[in-house]
Design a protein around this ligand. Structure first.
Ligand SMILES: Cc1cc2nc3c(=O)[nH]c(=O)nc-3n(C[C@H](O)[C@H](O)[C@H](O)COP(=O)(O)OP(=O)(O)OC[C@H]3O[C@@H](n4cnc5c(N)ncnc54)[C@H](O)[C@@H]3O)c2cc1C
Length: 366
């Protein structure tokens, strides 16, 4: 069954293009944070939009659900209700192999959100008059000016937006290579045995990445990731389980899921086809964060579609930060056998006021 929201009769925003094909100003593939935010801006501007989601439900996604101040501030500017933030953290605990240090702040440094609730809320912001949302709608084929849903229904468009995440079918159709990726492994564990947002650096186990514990409401996410460019994901997966075992973390009631993050940005406009969020490779290769980047690129690229001359300072800033993160990652890769010492040094420096200030600033300014 296909569910179509916001219309009494399916595709009421569309108009017939030929005798049997419906037409939209913009078709957006994927209803994650990027696609939903792009649809909001275009719908508010009176564009006829079709937003397609392959899953039955909008929102749920394998994700830690962590936001920094940038993401939180952005969502608040859209009117995010307070109750959608399930946790706020003043303190972040960093572990290296031998040192545990706490970054303490007067202000909140990190925020936890439920992806399901974020999706629902973003859905509620769409203008029903202009945006049709169809779930259970897998885009199976892309042609020059049309797409095919579930191998059957063909819809034509003026503009196409690929907001379909790490395994984007739109990106593949554009034949863009994707070299910088991160594979992420995550457990969702019921209960509230952990109270702190914790980051674990351990070069022997997680190479240049880290493991995280992010407590939510009634459960925690526990995960890690790796760049297959530098390390074998199977090895990291095994090391992750060895680490879980050594730390006596009970995963007997946990749900395991894995997913990729793409960080290989090759542009966002390709004629009348656009890429946003993970599909474009906006996430950080160093941290795997991509929610803020998805939201902002969704909005900014919609604005570019509405005004050819629109110049996005926000996208420029995201790309600058990405470059900085990539440099840092390259340094950590090059550090090789010295990497464990760098992590211990980081732990030691965090014990000093001055370095704490720098790290806090980095969190707040991202
Ligand atoms: C384990 C893990 C933990 C993470 N933790 C964090 C974190 O704590 N903080 C953070 O900022 N980021 C995190 N990320 C990254 C974050 O999840 C993504 O960057 C973000 O979801 C990107 O949003 P998006 O809208 O671009 O793509 P997505 O959220 O992936 O949405 C894409 C949508 O497109 C749909 N779709 C895909 N293909 C098709 C198709 N052919 N037809 C129709 N629909 C399709 C999908 O079902 C999906 O709903 C994490 C990622 C992983 C894997």
């Amino acid at each position: 069954m296909h569910a179509v929201y916001f219309s009494n009769n399916n595709f009421f925003n569309a108009y017939p293009f030929s005798s049997d094909m419906m037409h939209y100003d913009v078709v957006i593939v994927g209803a994650g944070p990027a696609g939903l935010n792009c649809a909001r801006v275009l719908g508010d501007a009176g564009k006829k939009v079709l937003l397609l989601e392959k899953n039955a439900e909008i929102g749920p996604k394998v994700c830690g659900g962590g936001l920094l101040l940038s993401g939180f501030g952005y969502l608040k500017s859209l009117g995010l209700p307070d109750e959608l933030i399930v946790h706020r953290y003043h303190d972040i605990v960093f572990h290296s192999r031998f040192i545990t240090s706490k970054v303490r702040s007067e202000k909140d440094l990190a925020f936890m959100i439920e992806r399901k609730e974020l999706g629902r809320w973003q859905l509620s912001l769409l203008d029903k008059k202009y945006v049709d949302v169809q779930t259970n709608a897998l885009v199976t084929e892309i042609k020059h000016n049309s797409i095919i849903i579930n191998g059957k229904k063909e819809i034509s468009f003026d503009h196409l937006v690929g907001a379909d995440g790490a395994y984007s079918v739109v990106r593949r159709w554009l034949r863009l290579p994707c070299k910088k990726m991160a594979y992420c492994f995550q457990y969702t564990i019921p209960g509230d045995a952990y109270k702190h947002f914790e980051i674990f650096y351990d070069s022997a186990r997680f190479h240049t990445w880290y493991a995280w514990i992010m407590p939510h409401k009634g459960y925690i996410t526990l995960g890690t990731g790796c760049s297959p460019e530098y390390v074998n994901p199977k090895k990291i997966y095994d090391n992750f389980h060895e680490w879980i075992h050594d730390n006596n973390i009970d995963i007997s009631r946990a749900v395991y899921k894995s997913h990729a993050v793409t960080a290989d940005y090759r542009g966002h406009r390709f004629g009348n086809v656009y890429l946003v969020g993970d599909a474009a490779g906006f996430p950080s290769a160093l941290t795997g964060e991509g929610i803020y980047e998805a939201l902002v690129s969704g909005e900014e690229i919609a604005r570019m579609m509405l005004d050819d001359k629109y110049d996005s300072e926000k996208i420029r800033r995201i790309l600058q930060l990405k470059k900085k993160h990539e440099k840092h990652l390259a340094t950590m890769v090059r550090a090789g056998i010295f990497r464990p010492f760098l992590y211990e040094l980081f732990g030691l420096l965090l014990k000093t006021q001055r370095f704490q200030m720098r790290v806090k600033r980095a969190f707040v300014e991202q």
